[in-house]
Design a protein around this ligand. Structure first.
Ligand SMILES: Cc1cc2nc3c(=O)[nH]c(=O)nc-3n(C[C@H](O)[C@H](O)[C@H](O)COP(=O)(O)OP(=O)(O)OC[C@H]3O[C@@H](n4cnc5c(N)ncnc54)[C@H](O)[C@@H]3O)c2cc1C
Length: 479
C-alpha cells in the first residue's frame, strides 16, 4: 500500500476529509487535477453546523481570523428568518469557499499533507485488499480505501458506473461576484418584480477592503444555455429589472450560469470506494447548502475510515456513512426544489404560485416555522438514527458544547476520539478498555451523562445498561 486512503479532489469536501483522516491518525494522500487552486468564490455561506465542525477541530477561530466575514440572516426561498439569528453559538456567516479552501490547504500543508496537484485520476479498480488508482501522468497509487471528492462531474463515479439518478436542469440562472453601489436596504436578500428576481448576499471584501457581493438573478427570457457567456450588460439589465435605478454595477469580477439539475448517487459506498460532496449530490446552490453538506459528509466519513484503518471498526460502521448521509442530502435536494419553485426562478408569474408564495411568506412570520426551516438549512436539525439506544432527546443530534471550566467539550473532541461525559465518575472502567478511542470528561460537573462520537453526535444518553452496547456499536470490541 502507498497509503491508507486516497482522497481524489481538493475542493472543500476533500480538504476536510484529509484533515479528518489526519485527526483520526490514518495516512492520506490528497490529489487534484488542477495545477493550481481555483480562484472562483463559489459558495459564500457557512452554516452553523459546519462552523461547529470547524470548532471541534480547532479550525474556526483561525479561519475567521483570515478575513472579515459578516454574520448574515438565514433565509428560505429568499424569505428572511430573522428570529433564528442568535439561536446557535455560530450563526450563519458569509465566508467564501475560496477562503475556506485556501485556509484548509495551508493547514494541511503545515501538517505535511500537501495537495498533490496536476494529478488527474483516469482509472480505478478494486479488489479484496485495496484500490488501485491510475493517473493521466502515468502514476499509480494503491490504497486501502478511496474517497471520490471529485465534484459534480465525478470521474470516479463514472468509472464505477455508479447510478446518479435525478433530473436534468430545466432552467439556468446567473450567479456573479460583483461590487455594487446604491441603496443598501434594497440589496438584502431576494427581491422580485414582475417575474424578475435578484438575490444579493455579502461575500467579504476585495483586497482594497471594498464589499463584494454574490448576485444571482433570473426571470422570464433570462434562462440561457450554460455555455453563453454572461455580459456586463446582461447584469445591468437584470439589476434594473428588479431594482430600477436604486442599484448599480461597479465591477463584475466573475459570472457563470448555473442550472437546477438535481441528482444524487443511489449508493455512497461501492466496496472500498466512497462518494462524498458534489460527487454524491448536486443541486441548485440555494440556501448555502452544497459545500456545507459536502464538509459534513467528510466529518461523518473521516473517523469511520480511521477506525477501519486502525482495525477496530465494527463490521457495519462503514455502511453507516451511506445510511446517515444519503437521507440528509435527499432532504437538501427536496428543500432546494421547494425553494426554487417558491422563488419562481423560471419567472412564470403563475398566479397559483404567487398565492402559494404569499401564504408561505405569511407562515414564515411565525417563530416555530422560522425555527423549523432554520433547523433544516443550518444542519443543526440533522438527527442520525442511533440503533441500540433508547429514544432520548439528545441522542442522534449534534452534542451541546459543554463548558467544563478548563475546556469546552467541543475542544476535547479535537483529539479525534469519542467523548464520554461522566459527571458522576461511574464509567472509568468502561473507557479504560478503549483508551485509544474514547476519552472521559465532565467529572463533578453535574452534566447529564452522554457519549459523543468523534464527529460530535450524541450516540448514547440515558440508562447506564445501554452504554456498553452503544460503545460496542460505535467503537468496536474492547482490547
Ligand atoms: C455560484 C455558486 C454558488 C454556490 N454557493 C454555495 C453556498 O453559498 N453554500 C454552499 O454550501 N454551497 C454553494 N455552492 C456549491 C458548492 O460550491 C459546491 O457544493 C462545492 O464546491 C462542492 O465541493 P466538493 O469538494 O464536493 O467538490 P468541488 O468543489 O467541485 O471539488 C472537486 C475537486 O475535484 C477535482 N477533480 C475533479 N475531477 C478530478 C480527477 N479526475 N482527478 C483529480 N481531481 C479531480 C477538481 O479539480 C476539484 O478541485 C455554490 C456553487 C456555485 C457554483
Amino acid at each position: 500500500m502507498n497509503t491508507d486512503v486516497l482522497v481524489v479532489g481538493a475542493g472543500p469536501t476533500g480538504l476536510m476529509l484529509a484533515n479528518e483522516l489526519r485527526v483520526a491518525g490514518a495516512a492520506a494522500v490528497l490529489v487534484d487535477k488542477l495545477p493550481q487552486r481555483s480562484t472562483l468564490s463559489k459558495a459564500g455561506g457557512v452554516q452553523s453546523r459546519t462552523q461547529e465542525a470547524f470548532d471541534q477541530r480547532g479550525l474556526l477561530e483561525p479561519l475567521l481570523a483570515t478575513g472579515n466575514y459578516p454574520i448574515g440572516t438565514a433565509h428560505f426561498a429568499g424569505l428572511t428568518l430573522p428570529l433564528t439569528r442568535d439561536r446557535h453559538r455560530h450563526p450563519w456567516r458569509s465566508v467564501p469557499q475560496v477562503a475556506i479552501e485556501g485556509f484548509l490547504e495551508r493547514h494541511l500543508a503545515a501538517h505535511d499533507i500537501p495537495v498533490r496537484r496536476g494529478h488527474e485520476l483516469t482509472g480505478v479498480t478494486q479488489d479484496e485488499d485495496g484500490v488501485t488508482a491510475t493517473f493521466a501522468t502515468g502514476g499509480v497509487v494503491r490504497s486501502r480505501y478511496l474517497v471520490a471528492a471529485d465534484g459534480g462531474r465525478s470521474t470516479v463515479r463514472s468509472l464505477l458506473g455508479a447510478a446518479f439518478p435525478g433530473r436534468p436542469g430545466t432552467v439556468t440562472v446567473v450567479a456573479a461576484d460583483v461590487r455594487l453601489s446604491g441603496d443598501d436596504q434594497a440589496m438584502t436578500h431576494t427581491r422580485s418584480e414582475d417575474g424578475n428576481w435578484a438575490s444579493v448576499f455579502p461575500l467579504g471584501t476585495d483586497p482594497q477592503g471594498r464589499p463584494l457581493r454574490r448576485l444571482s438573478f433570473g426571470g422570464p427570457g433570462r434562462s440561457l444555455p450554460r455555455e453563453v457567456p454572461v455580459t456586463e450588460d446582461e447584469i445591468r439589465d437584470g439589476l434594473r429589472a428588479v431594482f430600477g435605478s436604486r442599484v448599480q454595477l461597479l465591477e463584475l469580477r466573475y459570472a457563470r450560469r448555473i442550472t437546477n439539475a438535481a441528482r444524487q448517487a443511489a449508493r455512497y459506498r461501492h466496496g472500498r470506494v466512497f462518494l462524498a460532496g458534489d460527487a454524491a449530490h448536486v443541486h441548485l446552490p440555494i440556501g448555502a447548502q452544497g459545500m456545507n453538506t459536502g464538509i459534513q459528509d467528510a466529518l461523518n466519513l473521516g473517523w469511520k475510515l480511521g477506525a477501519a484503518v486502525h482495525g477496530w471498526a465494527p463490521e457495519h460502521l462503514l455502511d453507516t456513512y451511506h445510511a446517515e448521509r444519503h437521507p440528509v442530502a435527499a432532504a437538501v435536494l427536496r428543500n432546494v426544489q421547494a425553494q426554487s419553485l417558491l422563488m419562481d426562478q423560471q419567472g412564470t408569474r403563475d398566479p397559483d404560485l404567487t398565492a402559494a408564495k404569499d401564504l408561505f411568506a405569511a407562515l414564515t412570520q411565525l417563530r416555530d416555522v422560522q425555527y423549523h426551516l432554520d433547523d433544516m438549512v443550518s444542519g443543526m436539525g440533522i438527527r442520525y438514527p442511533m440503533p441500540g439506544t433508547e429514544d432520548h432527546p439528545l441522542v442522534g443530534l449534534p452534542a451541546p458544547d459543554l463548558d467544563f471550566g478548563r475546556a469546552r467539550s467541543h475542544e476535547l473532541l479535537r483529539s479525534g476520539r469519542g467523548l464520554l461525559i461522566d459527571s458522576a465518575g461511574r464509567f472509568a472502567e468502561v473507557t479504560a478498555r478503549r483508551p485509544d478511542r474514547v476519552d472521559r470528561a465532565g467529572q463533578g460537573t453535574g452534566t447529564e451523562p452522554m457519549l459523543i462520537r468523534p464527529d460530535g453526535y450524541v450516540c448514547w444518553a440515558g440508562t447506564p445498561d445501554t452504554l456498553e452496547p452503544a460503545l460496542g456499536h460505535w467503537f468496536g470490541e474492547p482490547h
